[in-house]
Write a protein of this length. Structure first.
Ligand code: ATP
Ligand code: MG
Length: 373
């Protein structure tokens, strides 16, 4: 379980923008020194506000863009050096699930061709009837019907289109799927179904999942481990349950305190997130979060915090996490504001959907155990 399948070391991507008439050049530090390790078979989530560099990180991990510096290793191999057959192998082993099931599928291709195309690319020698059978099997795997192969994307709902996108991603037989906000374009009730599908596929096909989301509800119900990003850097990482129960970085606390009552962990402490996110072209010195941190001390503006141990398998980039944790909950807190109804509803739906999936999985496990006996 703890075998490392994907690893990033001090990964940076700086975009040089501007020029033009005003000659105002800037360097956007989209990803600025990210190190992470994804273990085989787990679901690793990357969470953070819009613009913190999640999609750029995903593209770097898949080598869809080249890093400014740092390295990525997949299955022990540096992906930067891959060419020809080896690069094709990487493209087969690591697949992307896109955010928008409306624009990511070519409307002029039938579902059969959309799902069959990666097979043509990665297994050109496969006979046509075998390919058709494989497409039918892939459609069944994602909960669609084989006869859907003759239809076109516009004939499907958003959730069904995302299933087509997932079938297409599975066609090459990948070992790792990276989903960049794979459910955020879908209706809430459909989100839970697609999350459960990804969960089940991971278990059935032995996949490793990297899921990017800005929504903590999605993360909570999908991931084994989570990395929290702020302005191009990871500020906290660890087992998802632990990070939810005992967040150590103030930014994680702030994110968690924005979600409804049974779910946020520091039950009596509500932390507002004030101010705008600073620009990644001009990030604050020292700790990048100090301009918005409710616990900032004077030296946070000058000393850069490194990720350091903050619990079993947990890391946090905060000089003062021990002191903040020791402060504990505030003595007599004001009652927490009620969550917006749609937020509460979203959580309720995830809980229900996940409970259903767990019951099914547990029943299946019992079945297998009986057969083994
Ligand atoms: N090709 C590019 N050229 C210049 N700047 C870019 C480019 N791609 C991304 N950026 C900038 O890098 C930063 C990080 O962008 P990125 O898309 O990775 O964020 P994100 O976390 O995925 O955001 P969102 O949640 O909105 O999808 C942003 O400030 C963005 O404007
Ligand atoms: Mg993005």
């Amino acid at each position: 379980m703890s075998e490392i399948v994907l690893e990033a070391v001090d990964l940076k991507k700086h975009f040089h923008v501007g020029g033009g008439l005003l000659r105002q050049r800037a360097t956007v530090q989209a990803v600025d020194g990210v190190s992470l390790q994804v273990r085989r078979g787990e679901t690793f989530a990357i969470v953070g506000e819009s613009g913190c560099g999640k999609s750029t990180l995903a593209r770097l991990l898949m080598r869809l863009i080249e890093p400014t510096s740092g390295s990525v290793r997949f299955d022990g191999r540096d992906v930067a050096g891959l060419t020809g057959r080896h690069l094709a192998g990487l493209r087969r082993d690591m697949q992307f699930v896109f955010q928008d099931p409306f624009s990511s599928l070519n409307p002029r291709m039938s579902v059969g061709r959309l799902v069959g195309e990666p097979l043509e690319t990665h297994a050109p020698e496969m006979p046509a009837d075998e390919r058709r059978a494989k497409v039918a099997e892939l459609l069944r795997t994602v909960g669609l019907r084989p006869e859907h192969a003759d239809r076109y994307p516009h004939e499907f709902s958003g959730g069904q289109r995302q299933r087509i996108g997932i079938a297409r991603a599975l066609a090459s037989g990948p070992r790792l799927l990276i989903g960049d906000e794979p459910v955020s374009a879908l209706d809430v009730s459909v989100q839970a179904q697609v999350i459960n599908l990804l969960h089940d596929l991971r278990d059935e096909l032995g996949l490793t999942l990297v899921i990017i989301a800005h929504d903590l509800a999605v993360i909570r119900h999908m991931s084994d481990r989570v990395a929290v990003m702020y302005l191009g850097r990871i500020v906290e990482s660890g087992p998802a349950e632990q990070v939810f129960a005992a967040p150590r970085h103030p930014y994680t606390m702030v994110l968690l305190s924005a979600i409804p009552e049974p779910y946020y962990s520091r039950a009596t402490r509500r932390l507002p997130l004030e101010g705008e996110t600073p620009s990644p072209a001009n990030p604050p010195p020292g700790c990048r979060f100090h301009t918005r941190c409710p616990f900032a001390r004077p030296d946070c503006a000058s000393r850069v915090p490194e990720l350091r141990s903050a619990g079993p398998d947990q890391l946090a980039a905060c000089h003062y996490w021990e002191e903040i944790a020791a402060e504990g909950p505030v003595a007599s807190p004001p009652p927490p504001p009620r969550p917006a109804p749609e937020v509460a509803q979203r959580f309720a739906l995830y809980e229900a959907a996940l409970a259903g999936a767990q019951v099914t999985r547990r029943a299946e496990t019992r079945e297998i155990q009986r057969e083994e006996r």
